[in-house]
Design a protein around this ligand. Structure first.
Ligand code: CP3
Length: 340
């Protein structure tokens, strides 16, 4: 492999490249007119199943902005195909039959990822070909808890009533569910690496739903197994936990190559929590892209400055980009980070 731009992988491995590398969570998506053009012809589900179109939309933000890494176009919920759970995107995900009882869990199949997710691996190959070694490709999955929460709630949630009820009233069942999900995810990430991804990101988007002691008791061991297995493939592993400083303390015990930091904590403070020997990624508030150009640039520079205290720093937003973002603001952000 001879990548033209290794800044992202260098930073992930703890060496500081000449400029701070940047990519953006949800960088391929509805804020881009060229994405909306592709999406006007196919549904989101079909798009995820069309390797040629996945490759096209994965490349779009690379062409437009000169970002330092691409992320595979897919979704954290495509993995439900390996579990026999049906999900529809409206565009918010809706699971046909939420999984809340022992009988519901027994109905799931927890199959081999390789038997059901070949279309994702084909998308990885297509993306690699389309990117032609310009930048590395990031593969991903949801963390066990975030994945489980969509299955149990049947979609997004504010209170996580069903998920937390299951964890508290039937901890053994909840544990079995997380363990089975984790086994599928382990398999799935292995398949993505075999298909050619250069790094992996695990999204714990809803870690903040649990109190720290519950996260530690019910969730952390499963995430630890997933990270340990993922690290065995030799590509950098990023763990993005959206939560609070306390969850960050737990997450740092996972030994991930890179800790993704959300926007709810100052990066300098997050670096104190995870330690200056840790590579960090983040953490601009996605809404800062709606501020004036001067304010956006000021915030971007401040985060680059704070990131210098870490072992290395990958610039990113502290959560996914809003669909209402002006693409020109992203162009300004990339220029500001590269120049800082
Ligand atoms: O550009 C990229 O980052 C790659 C593709 C990607 C998507 N989703 C595409 C998508 C990635 C990495 C994700 C991750 C994802 N999906 C997460 C974790 C990150 C986070 O935001 O916390 C979560 C929680 C999901 C679940 C999901 N998928 C939701 C809640 C939605 C609804 C709408 C939305 O945008 O929030 C989706 C649909 C989805 N996934 C879209 C895209 C581009 C929009 C679908 C459309 O085109 O209509």
């Amino acid at each position: 492999m001879s990548l033209a731009n290794t800044t992202f992988l260098d930073a992930c491995r703890g060496t500081r490249p000449a400029h701070t590398p940047i990519w953006v969570m949800r960088q391929a998506g509805r804020y881009l007119p060229e994405y909306r053009e592709v999406r006007s012809k196919v549904s989101f589900e079909e798009l995820c199943r069309r390797p040629d179109l996945c490759a096209e939309v994965t490349r779009q933000p690379i062409d437009r902005f000169g970002l330092d890494a691409a992320i595979l176009f897919s979704d954290i919920l495509t993995v439900f195909d390996a579990m026999g759970a049906e999900v529809e995107f409206t565009p918010a995900p809706v699971v046909a039959q939420p999984v809340r009882t022992a009988a519901d869990v027994a109905r799931l199949r927890f199959g081999k990822a390789d038997d059901h997710l070949g279309y994702v691996y084909d998308a990885v190959s297509a993306c690699k070909k389309e990117l032609a070694d310009r930048v590395p490709l990031i593969g991903f999955c949801g963390a066990p808890f975030t994945t489980a929460s969509y299955l149990v709630e049947g979609g997004g949630s504010k209170e996580f009533f069903h998920t937390k009820s299951m964890a508290f009233t039937e901890p053994a069942l909840f544990g079995r569910l997380l363990e089975s999900i984790t086994t599928v995810l382990v398999d799935y990430l292995a398949g993505q690496v075999r298909a050619g991804v250069d790094a992996l990101q695990i999204f714990e988007s809803w870690g903040s739903a649990l109190a720290p002691e519950d996260y530690r008791a019910h969730v952390l061991p499963h995430l630890a197994r997933l990270v340990a297995e993922a690290k065995g493939h030799g590509v950098p592993v990023i763990v993005f936990v959206r939560g609070n400083a306390s969850l960050l303390e737990q997450a740092k015990t996972l030994g991930a190559d890179v800790m993704g930091i959300d926007w709810s904590i100052e990066l300098s403070r997050a670096i104190e929590v995870v330690g200056t020997d840790q590579v960090v990624q983040g953490n601009l508030d996605p809404m800062a892209l709606f501020a004036t150009p001067q304010e956006l640039e000021r915030r971007a520079r401040a985060i680059v400055e704070a990131g210098r205290r870490a072992r290395a720093h990958v610039f990113n937003l502290g959560h996914g980009i809003s669909r209402f973002t002006d693409p020109d603001a992203v162009a300004r952000l990339v220029a500001a980070v590269h120049a800082a």
